[in-house]
Write a protein that binds this ligand. Structure first.
Ligand SMILES: [Fe+2]
Ligand SMILES: [Fe+2]
Length: 344
């Protein structure tokens, strides 16, 4: 397709293309620097790639971002380019089949939801670490990585709305309405997160920290794009949403407490404080009406909802272990350390 005036305008805006991390991501990246429709620069296969590795996950992230905000200088028509979609399907297949094998046997949504409510007695996640002994630099690393999702918070979940009906749809939209600020731009959760980043002396530009984020964070954000973009995975997407909303409130309480302890500014504390209250309510709505409504309308999706919950937990635990291992060793959890905060 030829470039139209709006397409030309789109090319000027957006985040900078991240650097490649291997042959798959190099192939996608190079393609995106050319006009849409140009054949991919080389034939590549995902058959032997590490499904959770930097290269495959970055290649997938590049493909998915075309559905969100794209990249500066990249032809927006790449979003629906058949050659790239074929490669994306191969990357997704490798990722999804690895997840299905690693997450464990199929089970009922009720069982997976019940497990989410059991907080470990001696908590061992990043939010526990950060509350008890996190230092400012570790909070900054946490926020920089999490910005890959939080600067588009709730966007991947919005894709499920046309795929739901009745009670599930009404409840999903009610929660998303809150996530998107309930009609007030300054209350959009992605905006609250940008305010948190500014308080921590981080760059708030969308996509700014992709190059420094590890494969574990890319995996976490790609999981929701994968579930969001496929109608066939709508059950898993609802499971993902349920897992996020259910675990958010206690984790947010800890993070708000930790940020106060290290003397972070009010906007940094506010993002998590807001989620303590909001997500306690969201959790109830999602469990009762989104999950309950979907199960009522489509009982055959039960195992898919459980898979979405379990895959979310699995990828989050992997990310958490990476953060904790790095920090306990006194090392950065990022690919390249952040420049120090001006105030520190
Ligand atoms: Fe939120
Ligand atoms: Fe929420």
């Amino acid at each position: 397709m030829t470039a139209t005036a709006p397409a030309a305008r789109d090319r000027a805006a957006g985040p900078v293309l991240p650097r490649s991390r291997g042959e798959l991501s190099r192939t996608v990246r190079q393609a995106l620097t050319r006009p849409a429709g140009t054949p991919l620069p080389r034939r590549v296969t995902a058959a032997h790639a590490d499904p959770y590795g930097d290269d495959l996950q970055l290649a997938l992230y590049l493909c998915y971002e075309l559905h969100y905000r794209g990249f500066a200088g990249v032809d927006p028509e790449w979003e629906w380019e058949p050659g790239l979609l074929r490669l994306r399907a191969e990357l997704e297949e490798r990722f999804l089949s690895a997840l299905r094998a690693d997450v464990g046997p199929p089970r009922k949504a009720e069982e997976a939801l019940a497990d989410l409510l059991v907080e470990p007695v001696d908590g061992d996640g990043p939010s526990h670490f950060l509350t008890e002994r996190g230092e400012l630099w570790q909070f900054r690393e946490y926020a920089a990585q999490r910005s890959l999702y939080h600067l588009k918070e709730a966007d991947p979940h919005a894709w499920v709305i046309p795929r739901l009906t009745g009670r599930a749809k009404a409840a999903m939209v009610a929660v998303e309405y809150d996530e998107f600020g309930a009609g007030r731009a300054e209350r959009v959760h992605a905006r609250l997160f940008a305010d948190l980043m500014a308080d921590l002396d981080l760059d708030t530009a969308y996509g700014r920290y992709v190059d420094t984020a590890g494969a574990q964070m890319l995996t976490s954000v790609n999981l929701m794009s994968l579930f969001g973009l496929h109608r066939a995975l709508r059950g898993a997407l609802v499971g993902h949403f349920a897992a996020v909303e259910t675990t958010s409130s206690p984790g947010s309480r800890r993070l708000a407490q930790g940020l106060r302890r290290v003397g972070a500014g009010p906007a940094a504390v506010h993002f998590y404080a807001e989620h303590v209250e909001a997500d306690a309510v969201h959790e109830q709505i999602v469990r009762r009406d989104v999950v309950g409504g979907l199960l009522e309308a489509e009982p055959s999706l039960d195992a898919d909802i459980a898979f979405g919950i379990d895959a979310t937990e699995w990828t989050e635990n992997r990310l958490g272990n990476h953060l904790l291992t790095s920090w306990r060793d006194g090392r950065t959890s990022l690919r390249t350390p952040l420049r120090p905060a001006v105030s520190s």
